[in-house]
Write a protein of this length. Structure first.
Length: 747
């Protein structure tokens, strides 16, 4: 029976809750059925619910924090009635819990709300007609009986059972975490990582959450550990803190870090003295979790996996470069160069000819240079020569977009490095390695400035000994998102020949985008004057106020560029922001542009992890997912949202990829993306907001990278001061790596 206390006492407030309650005032109780979920945040649990309460003619608004909630569930709450000046009467719950419904109507509402995968309103109605108020008990205890219901077969029943089991376990984890005031947003991912032993695993080692669960950092794990009784000076805690410090440094691009600075950073993080972190580091070194190495008289600390990757990469490169077997050892280079020029109908510059000679004579070559210097022409020439001699050429790039562009410009198949190495999701490793190497004579790796240490090592160990490798990239762009700066280290090692292309070809010189990029790279503010005929591919729109910049951004993307340049704002214009946070950061601007370009129009949508995803939205993958064969930085378009099956289908690179609702934290909106995420990509039109809000990220190689992403049009919108700051500040974020030193050991 549902009960409700009569709201005899009403307080007036513009806040959600009154600031205090008299000791004599006891919280009131409310019980009802959740009819509608107006808002629920998985991260914070904050909920606005519409509840059917016995004795109340209309639905009651309940505001509070719920670990999980579904329509049709029984809600029990303790709190106060208030009147909000904007939203009217509400029940502000200090404590709020939900349980499965007991009535036939409640069960049907619950099952039909999408709480259980593969059960929609029609199937829910049939289940309740067949089993009445025993429906949930049947699903829990005797699910095979559900096969008697029309529309439920073995496949659907399997999905229903898994969803029900998952829901029960996630609820347990959620309730466990809520006891310690920890957000329940990652409960599903915790369950999928640890399974039925999740709570036991958390209790055994809460710090493992920071390593295993995306979105849970050390501080959250540390807070939980403290509430579980792990002492502040626990060796277990301090050792985890030292490793976390190095992991954070690796996320900033470092492969190693000076030991004394690691100890200091870890001590500040943990609130302990440096002696404690040194002792913890020593234990980790003994266990081979960390590696200590003296470099130029200074102790450096490495995460074991990064140290191994660096050592093995240096060894692979050293061995390959010292192997005397060349794919085209017998070729007459002086005949090959004029032949390829005639065949392709081109005229090679002197630097390009030098690069071809080096590629024939060396096992490994680095080709670097900015836009418009003929890197693509050089690659096409090399491929033509090798193919004429019946040699197998393999093209690869770090990202899908870069690989696609490489294939389009060369007319030959190109793969991402991940796909080239053939990841095996069952064994959790690449199928291609030293014992099962790739097949090919020439390997061309484009956009190699994006290649991080770990992926470079995985690639190099799979290159056959007989082959040659050509690394192509722009070393002046941003370094890789992951740890290391492989291309720069290769150049500095002096182990491999390097050709830097500097001659900008005539057609490229006519582009203001390219001239602006070179001016920026030289530390100069580009020419911002509009040409006499106002026809250009590079524009600067000056605006100081962030709100004005935001308004201009929407107008330029939605109206001006489509009208003037006939570009589709949904597929051909990309906004690149210097950073994710701030009013003019990628996250905030994504919400603004979503409403401007794909606002509510009746299309299906789902809200998860702080994003509202709609059919038609542009999205970006934020981590490698080998099971789905999608990788960090891949772009897609939402094709379908199925609330019954709790799945979202995204079209990526011409194929459909399906995501469970619980995995949508892998995605974010991509109307705006960070400049770092845009590496390896080209877009017909690029718009870049610039403001001193972005101070921390305003630097030369960031702006240079952003401008060179535009193929036909680049528009800067913002303050001149921010532009000048970007140009004047050289990259101050040097990375600690020791790859070039290791490579020099092979000379």
């Amino acid at each position: 029976m549902l009960l409700v206390s009569v709201p005899l006492r009403v307080s007036f407030s513009t806040e959600v809750a009154p600031p205090f309650r008299s000791q004599r005032q006891m919280p009131e109780s409310l019980t009802g059925i959740v009819e509608r979920i107006t808002f629920h945040s998985p991260e914070s649990g904050f909920s606005v619910l519409r509840v059917k309460v016995k004795g109340q003619p209309e639905l009651v608004t309940v505001v509070g924090s719920a670990t999980s909630v579904s329509c049709g569930e029984i809600l029990e709450a303790q709190g106060d009635w208030i009147i909000d000046r904007q939203f009217g009467q509400q029940f502000k719950a200090e404590q709020l819990s939900t349980s499965h419904p007991a009535s036939v109507a409640g069960i049907q509402r619950f099952l039909g709300s999408g709480a259980v995968r593969s059960v929609g309103p029609k199937i829910a109605e049939r289940i309740v007609e067949r089993f009445g108020d025993q429906a949930l008990e049947v699903l829990d205890q005797k699910p095979s009986l559900l096969l008697d219901v029309h529309g439920i077969g073995e496949s659907r029943l399997s999905r229903m059972r898994e969803s029900w089991r998952e829901q029960k376990e996630v609820r347990k984890i959620t309730l466990f975490l809520s006891e310690y005031d920890i957000s329940s947003a990652k409960a599903l991912r915790i369950y999928r990582t640890y399974g039925g032993r999740a709570i036991a695993r958390i209790k055994e080692n809460p710090y493992q959450l920071a390593n295993d669960i995306r979105g849970i950092g050390f501080k959250t794990a540390d807070e939980l550990a403290g509430k579980l009784g792990i002492a502040k000076d626990s060796p277990f805690r301090i050792e985890a803190g030292v490793q976390y410090t190095l992991q954070q440094l690796s996320s900033e691009g470092h492969c190693a870090y000076p030991a004394e600075e690691v100890h200091q950073k870890a001590a500040e993080l943990l609130g302990v003295d440096v002696d404690a972190t040194q002792t913890a580091a020593s234990r980790a070194i003994e266990q081979r979790l960390l590696i200590s190495e003296t470099v130029d008289g200074r102790e450096m600390l490495y995460l074991a996996a990064l140290h191994q990757s660096e050592v093995l990469l240096a060894k692979s490169i050293g061995q390959l470069t010292q192997n005397a077997e060349l794919p085209l050892a017998e070729i007459d280079i002086e005949k090959a160069i004029p032949w390829v020029q005639e065949t392709l109908g081109i005229e090679l510059a002197a630097q390009q000819e030098t690069a071809i000679r080096e590629a024939m004579m060396a096992k490994m070559l680095v080709v670097t240079g900015g836009p418009g210097v003929g890197k693509t022409t050089l690659v096409c020439s090399l491929l033509e020569i090798f193919r004429a001699k019946r040699k197998q050429c393999i093209l690869a790039a770090p990202t899908g977009r870069a690989a696609k562009r490489l294939a389009e410009t060369t007319g030959q198949e190109a793969k991402t490095i991940h796909r080239l190495l053939e990841f095996d999701p069952v064994r959790g490793e690449f199928k291609r390695h030293a014992k099962n190497p790739l097949e090919g004579d020439l390997f061309v790796i484009d956009e190699s400035s994006m290649l991080d240490l770990v992926l470079a090592q995985q690639l190099m160990r799979a290159i056959p000994e007989k082959a040659s490798v050509v690394w192509v990239g722009d070393v002046d762009q941003l370094p890789s998102v992951g740890p290391g700066c492989v291309l720069k280290d290769l150049i500095q090692s002096e182990l491999v020949p390097v050709v830097r292309l500097t001659e900008v070809f005539r057609q490229a010189r006519e582009s203001k985008i390219i001239s602006a990029a070179y001016e920026i790279n030289q530390g100069l503010v580009p020419d911002l004057t509009s040409p006499a005929n106002d026809v250009s591919d590079f524009y600067f729109i000056e605006a100081e106020d962030p709100e004005k910049i935001r308004r201009l951004l929407v107008k330029v993307i939605k109206e001006r560029i489509p009208q003037r340049f006939s570009m589709d704002p949904m597929s051909e214009i990309q906004v690149l922001a210097p950073m994710n946070r701030s009013e003019l950061g990628a996250r905030s601007l994504n919400v603004v542009l979503q409403e401007a370009l794909n606002g509510e129009g009746g299309q299906a949508e789902v809200e998860r992890y702080g994003w509202r995803f709609r059919v038609g939205d542009r999205v970006i993958q934020n981590e490698n997912n080998y099971d789905r064969d999608v990788y960090n930085g891949d772009l897609g378009l939402i094709e379908k949202i199925n609330r019954v099956e709790q799945t979202m289908t995204v079209k990526m690179d011409g194929r459909l990829v399906e995501y469970d609702f619980g995995d949508l934290d892998e995605l974010s909106l991509a109307y705006v993306m960070s400049i770092h995420k845009s590496q390896g990509s080209e877009f017909p039109g690029v718009v870049i907001p610039l403001h001193t809000q972005h101070f921390m990220m305003l630097q030369r190689n960031l702006l240079y990278t952003a401008v060179t992403r535009g193929k036909q049009l680049v528009v800067l919108i913002g303050s001149r001061k921010a532009l000048e700051m970007s140009v004047q500040r050289a990259d101050s974020g040097a990375r600690w790596t020791t790859l070039s030193r290791r490579l020099r050991e092979y000379l």
